[in-house]
Design a protein around this ligand. Structure first.
Ligand SMILES: Cc1cc2nc3c(=O)[nH]c(=O)nc-3n(C[C@H](O)[C@H](O)[C@H](O)COP(=O)(O)OP(=O)(O)OC[C@H]3O[C@@H](n4cnc5c(N)ncnc54)[C@H](O)[C@@H]3O)c2cc1C
Length: 454
């Protein structure tokens, strides 16, 4: 038996796991599973690039990806030294309040050293760096160019026992057996349909229509050191305004510019339309910067129609199946929560497996899927509330609006306005949106006093 010193876990000797999808959720889940399972097979339908380049299966990779402080801390906990590795490869460390100039809710946020930091790099570099760590782990085997097409089950369909796959350029299906299958295949996950064909009920969903469009492009910025910021973010003031834009540094001395529009106000992908959109933002700062910037790539679009949450925690699931990441919940990307929620969910999986292992050293995982889905649902509640409550400021965004939402909007609007001058209020807000503290910290007496008295 091998051991893991951190939590003093002895791996289950014969237990195996399969993870569907080798994007960030799949990679983080594989890392956690490899502490408990003798063998983890990570199945990815694409052939994976050998360099940090964007890939077809993760089209969002060409757009800005902010890694919130919470997610970054968990990823560093999983792979010690990875943040230093990112810096060596050209990432930039950003203090969220000091290095980021953020036009938010009608004015610039106060700039001060907050200590809340994150690293800015391209999404492909982040994924590639994590993947390299994973591929070095002897208990994880990566099967590329294999498309999972259905689950395998026991006779009475109460337990998932593996998956069917087809490899590229082959028509025959293969069966791969495992004690646990984790679906990390992203927003387009087929788990709901596969379960229905096995006789399970349709999973209930929460969906909030936002019709958000992105358009992104890489630039070089001559004399970038002249700017008193490392990231410039212009955010719309809902409901009057629906357009935002950001410029942030990535590796190789490049800068990524991403434009975003809510509710069908999609940023154009032609040269003139793109710049006109930038010009139309609430303040001209990004437009001024782009006057001196040299475009390096074509403009790429991406559309996301709604925030989507699948409530597997509310339905009877077969044993041996766990659904994580965007397959479970995908948010309006503007809030930068996807990877951090995946990381937090992987940490929750770790805690559940640790408990299961103590209860069943022989390797019985009965009850594991249910407890993981319920614990992960609790994790998702916070980013879901943060994302959807902000989106609901637009009257065109329709969805379940709790009776307290107007009060929340009023109160948080005051928090936003105070964040233009008050470092303490701004700090609390940043801690919440970086998922470091629960939203309730905004309702502690020191903040309530400031909100109501000013
Ligand atoms: C435009 C945009 C911008 C975003 N910006 C941010 C941001 O700033 N910060 C942030 O934290 N998050 C952001 N996100 C969200 C983030 O991209 C995801 O949360 C993150 O990639 C985790 O997703 P995932 O690994 O669960 O799924 P995905 O990244 O979608 O990956 C799914 C993987 O599964 C594979 N796959 C799918 N089906 C199969 C199958 N049948 N068999 C085998 N393999 C399969 C795919 O090829 C792919 O590799 C953004 C999303 C979008 C759309």
């Amino acid at each position: 038996m091998s051991t893991n010193t951190k939590k003093e876990i002895h791996r289950w000797e014969n237990q195996t796991a399969i993870v569907i999808g080798s994007s960030i959720t799949g990679l983080l889940a594989s890392h956690v599973l490899s502490k408990y399972f003798a063998k983890v097979t990570l199945i990815e339908r694409e052939a994976l690039p050998k360099t940090p380049t964007a890939r077809k299966g993760v089209p969002q990779g060409q757009h800005i990806h902010v890694l919130l402080s919470k997610g970054e801390a968990i990823i560093e906990q999983f792979f010690q030294g990875i943040l230093a590795e990112l810096l060596e490869q050209g990432a930039t460390r950003i203090d969220t309040a000091d290095d980021m100039r953020w036009f938010h809710f009608g004015d610039w946020k106060v700039q001060f050293p907050s200590g809340i930091t994150y690293h800015s790099q391209s999404r492909p570099l982040l994924e590639w760096t994590i993947r390299n760590r994973i591929l070095r782990q002897p208990h994880i085997h990566c099967l590329e160019a294999g498309n999972v097409t259905q689950f395998l089950t026991n006779k009475d369909k109460t337990r998932i026992t593996g998956v069917k796959i087809t490899r590229h350029h082959q028509t025959e299906e293969e069966n791969l057996l495992a004690d646990l299958v984790v679906d990390a295949s992203g927003r387009g996950s087929r788990t709901a349909q596969w379960l229905e064909t096995l006789g399970y009920p349709k999973v209930t969903e929460s969906a909030l229509k936002i019709e958000v469009g992105y358009a992104s492009r890489l630039y070089r910025l001559p004399n970038s050191s002249q700017y008193p910021w490392k990231t410039l973010f212009i955010y719309p003031k809902p409901p009057q305004n629906k357009r935002g834009g950001v410029i942030a540094p990535i590796e190789n001395d490049l800068w990524i510019v991403t434009l975003v529009g809510w509710l069908h106000d999609y940023p154009p992908t032609d040269e003139t339309g793109f710049l006109e959109f930038v010009k139309s933002l609430a303040v001209p700062d990004l437009y001024t910067v782009l006057q001196q910037a040299q475009a390096q790539t074509p403009i790429v679009p991406h559309k996301l129609p709604y925030n989507l949450r699948r409530h597997y925690e509310h339905m009877p699931l077969p044993e041996g199946l766990i659904i994580l990441g965007d397959a479970l919940c995908s948010f309006n990307p503007v809030y930068g929560q996807g990877i951090s929620t995946s990381a937090w969910s992987a940490l929750t999986l770790d805690n559940c497996l640790h408990k299961q292992h103590r209860q069943s050293p022989s390797g019985d995982i009965t009850g594991l899927s249910r407890s993981v889905q319920q614990q992960v649902a609790k994790v998702i509640n916070i980013p879901w509330l943060l994302a959807t409550s902000e989106d609901l400021r637009y009257p065109e965004v329709t969805g379940v609006k709790p009776f307290w939402m107007p009060f929340l909007h009023w109160y948080i609007a005051r928090v936003h306005r105070l964040s233009h001058q008050d470092p303490l209020v701004s700090l609390r807000f940043l801690q919440v949106i970086h998922l470091l503290k629960p939203p309730t910290v905004l309702f502690k007496p020191d903040i309530i006093f400031r909100v109501l008295s000013r």
